[in-house]
Write a new protein. Structure first.
Length: 435
């Protein structure tokens, strides 16, 4: 927080370095199996920092490791910050750790002083994380990092302790309400996705009232063939991505958002000796995520794809044969029948994945080309309306995120004030946004 802000009476700006005791972390030697076998001490690393209040860590170390190495156990209700990670290029992970834990060396951990509530310390850092990134990031480093000296000199607003408790309580209520709204939007999106998949499946089964008898019969009696018989299936290219235009555009899973690609933001392939004849993308190709959380998601390549674009190794390209209309095939990859197949093949896999052989075994209905195009026409208007509804829900979902940060920033700037006429005890006051 800048020193120029006007704070309420009784508030003060305090350097983070004076807010309690700070410690770094360490990684006990992985060669010492006894440090990592049957451990009961949580060991927190950047990969755990996915929420503002941590519930558990993915790794644990033994008490011996915590006592005999630099990975000391720090007390419950400490505040952890990631200070070295690529994620710092756009975000600063911060979390309250409500249990004793050890930490990775890429983190700094604050154990708050007695006059600083752990909850308020969390909110104060979160509410200023954009400023912390701006003022404390190191320049000219290989991996994005926070400068420790600058971090210790960064000032956060600190109200009197009773007000810290009251504000934290009110913030929890307000942000909890925002989270409830986010969950409702997510549920609505999930229901919409399920309905879309069921609608498409009904269409392929010839069960939509808007179909004429000829189309119904053509779809119900369509021959079923393995995908490998009616499409070319090709894995992507293994290389690094770069922002420098040294090679062709390089499409990755992360470049596909909300079933679209902003080609201006797609990086380049770090190398010029790419076999574009083998790994190139053309309009009407379909690419699939073959591994990770989005396994099975597909994207129909649009007409705006830059010439020579290649695709990364975590994607699989499917190019329809003359027997299939690409849009018809892309629709089938959005049906519940397709997803049932994908989920059945992902069972028992620790990290979700679908390989080319599994994809090639998918049974695809192949009616006449006229029937394929007719089905696409029947579904087009309904899917368009659903797309509009989905876009609106996502817009409102993003608005809840904006509201979350507006509330948080208002609170740490002293603009979340007691309501007029409030007669409750100080430590249970209610607050509203000051106008």
């Amino acid at each position: 927080m800048s020193d120029g802000g006007v704070l309420p009476d009784g508030w003060r700006l305090v350097r983070l370095g004076e807010c309690g005791s700070w410690a770094g972390g360490a990684t006990p030697s992985k060669r010492e199996e006894r440090y990592w076998t049957n451990g009961d001490v949580p060991w927190v690393s950047p990969k755990d920092m996915t929420s503002t209040v941590l519930r558990a860590s993915q790794d644990r170390i033994t008490a011996e490791a915590a006592a005999s190495t630099s990975a000391k156990t720090l007390p419950a209700n400490s505040i952890a910050l990631v200070v070295r990670s690529g994620i710092l290029e756009h975000s600063l992970p911060v979390a309250l750790i409500p249990f004793p834990a050890s930490f990775n060396q890429d983190m700094k951990v604050l154990t708050p002083a007695e006059w600083l509530s752990p909850d308020w310390a969390l909110w104060a850092v979160l509410g200023n994380r954009d400023e912390i990134l701006k003022q404390c990031s190191k320049d000219g480093v290989t991996v994005a990092s926070i400068d420790t000296r600058a971090l210790m000199n960064f000032k956060i607003p600190v109200p009197p302790l009773d007000e810290q408790h009251a504000l934290s309580e009110r913030l929890s209520e307000l942000l909890g309400a925002v989270e409830d709204g986010e969950r409702e939007f997510d549920a609505a999106l999930g229901s919409l996705d399920d309905f879309e998949a069921s609608l498409i499946t009904a269409g392929f089964g010839g069960r939509l009232e808007s179909m004429d008898a000829t189309l119904r019969d053509a779809l119900k009696n369509a021959a079923v063939r393995p995908l490998s018989d009616v499409a070319d299936i090709q894995y992507g290219y293994t290389a690094s991505a770069t922002t420098e235009p040294v090679g062709p555009k390089f499409l990755r899973i992360t470049d596909i958002q909300d079933n679209r690609v902003d080609w201006d933001l797609v990086p380049y392939c770090d190398g010029t000796e790419v076999d574009t004849a083998r790994y190139g993308l053309t309009p009407s190709d379909i690419v699939f995520a073959r591994i990770g959380a989005t396994t099975g998601k597909s994207y129909l390549v649009d007409k705006d794809v830059p010439s020579g674009t290649v695709y990364a190794s975590y994607l699989i390209r499917v190019r329809a044969s003359e027997d299939l209309d690409p849009y018809f095939l892309a629709l089938y990859f959005r049906s519940s029948a397709y997803w049932s197949y994908v989920f059945s093949k992902r069972q028992g896999i620790g990290r979700p994945a679908v390989n080319g052989s599994v994809l090639g075994g998918l049974q695809v209905p192949v009616p006449s080309k006229d029937a394929q195009r007719a089905l696409a026409t029947v579904l087009a208007s309904q899917l368009s309306a659903m797309g509009v509804a989905s876009a609106e829900i996502k817009r409102q979902r993003r608005a809840t995120q904006d509201l979350r940060w507006a509330i948080l920033k208002a609170a740490v700037a002293g603009k979340l004030r007691p309501r007029d006429g409030d007669a409750l005890p100080k430590n249970s006051r209610t607050f509203e946004l000051a106008r």
